[in-house]
Ligand binder design. Structure first.
Ligand SMILES: NC(=O)C1=CN([C@@H]2O[C@H](COP(=O)(O)OP(=O)(O)OC[C@H]3O[C@@H](n4cnc5c(N)ncnc54)[C@H](O)[C@@H]3O)[C@@H](O)[C@H]2O)C=CC1
Ligand SMILES: O=C(O)CCC(=O)C(=O)O
Length: 349
């Protein structure tokens, strides 16, 4: 196993992890441990180049610092990425090697599920490290975080709808959902139950067929999702999908979804604001997963009640952010960042 430090001025510690024997290649990025051990999932994707994977790890780990602070958790921000196709290259040896890499950080980083990962994968990783959560079994095991992530996003959608569409009631509203994996699929269930109409897409046709059949959703091609007529756009796949090319195509009044790092650049928040599209900041909307995972890391008893109260508090935080953004006539992303910066500075003082 080769663990090599990577220079990253904004981060506390970043390492490149390589194990030629198992095929493991990736990065672990610890953005901040100021509020506690850095926590954030591991993502497996077939990145084209190492620079893309590193960039994702840097952006995602910073996002976790903000997400964990916004959710009021005593956790810092970190994230890991593995350069591999989860469909064809995920092997038990590779996952175990990743566990060994996590263990070398001696409790400074806790991992869990992100894209391409399951509770069974966490169990494999757990053969080499204790700093893994999102397990299906064991003391304080919290299981797959995605149903709770989806529940939090559903609350965020309702709250954003209250602010921009005049009511939390989603009956007859149309929601365009991008990405129908763990999070997107559960989210579609909540939206369907609430009476919303669904327009959906995914690059995986099997996921699309499953949601279309289960919830009567209308399917569109991946690139067509940006231009559909809908009330709400819920990105639940990859990041940077709100950018100079896609934003002018949007015909919605709200963007609220679960994907991490939805904005390609901070200017994209202003672009949405200028078009009158209300953006629910991603790291507030999708904090349910880490709240659930936190019960395992922090060994919290009475998980369901604790998670429910934290989700409700997060929804209040979203409501306050959207209210303040309306009063100041700025993007909610700006208000969210300023709110969390204050929390982080208070902790540092
Ligand atoms: N799993 C969780 O609890 C949490 C996930 N998130 C974020 O939510 C997003 C989704 O995560 P999961 O559902 O866990 O991942 P997943 O891997 O289960 O599902 C992602 C889905 O997106 C699809 N996809 C990928 N690229 C696409 C594209 N260009 N257009 C349309 N679909 C595309 C994939 O085919 C897959 O079905 C990610 O950004 C993740 O970081 C955030 C917080 C917690
Ligand atoms: O939900 C998880 O598995 C852990 C948190 C995380 O990685 C995320 O919120 O992006």
């Amino acid at each position: 196993m080769q663990i090599t430090p990577v220079a990253a001025p904004e981060h506390e510690q970043v390492v490149r992890i390589a194990d030629p024997e198992s095929g493991l290649l990736g990065f672990i990025a610890i953005h901040s441990t100021r509020r506690g051990p850095a926590a954030g999932g591991v993502r497996m994707r077939p990145y084209a180049q190492e620079a893309d994977a590193l960039n994702d790890a840097l952006r995602l780990s910073r996002g976790m610092t903000y997400k964990n602070a916004a959710a009021g958790l005593d956790l810092g921000g970190g994230k890991a990425v593995i350069m591999a196709d989860p469909a064809t290259q995920k092997t038990p040896d590779l996952l175990a090697a990743f566990g060994s890499a996590v263990e070398t950080l001696a409790g400074r980083y806790w991992t869990a599920e992100d894209m391409g990962m399951t509770p069974a994968d966490m169990a494999r990783i757990g053969t080499r490290t204790t700093c893994v959560a999102g397990l299906a079994d064991g003391d304080f095991a919290s299981g797959d975080p995605s149903p709770i992530t989806a529940r939090g996003i559903f609350y965020a959608i309702r709250t954003a709808a209250k602010h921009r569409l005049g009511s939390v009631d989603l009956t007859g509203r149309t929601v365009a959902v991008q990405g129908l994996g763990h999070v997107g699929h559960y989210l579609c269930g909540y939206l369907h139950q609430a009476g919303a109409n669904l327009i959906v897409t995914d690059i995986d046709r099997a996921q699309v067929a499953r949601v279309a059949e289960r919830y009567g959703a209308t399917a569109v091609a991946p690139d067509a999702i940006y231009g559909v007529e809908a009330d709400i756009f819920a990105p639940c796949a990859i990041g940077a999908i709100l950018n100079a090319e896609t934003i002018p195509q949007l015909k919605v009044r709200v963007v609220a979804g679960g994907a991490n790092n939805q904005l390609a650049t901070p200017e994209d928040a202003t672009r949405l604001h200028d078009l009158g599209i209300l953006y629910a900041p991603d790291y507030v909307a999708n904090g349910g997963g880490i709240i659930n995972v936190a019960t395992e890391i922090l060994k919290i008893s009475g998980r369901e009640a604790w998670v429910a109260s934290r989700l409700a508090a997060l929804d209040d935080t979203m409501d306050r952010i959207l209210t303040r953004a309306r009063i100041l006539s700025v993007s909610p992303a700006e208000v969210a960042d300023a709110t969390v910066d204050e929390i982080l500075q208070a902790k540092a003082a």
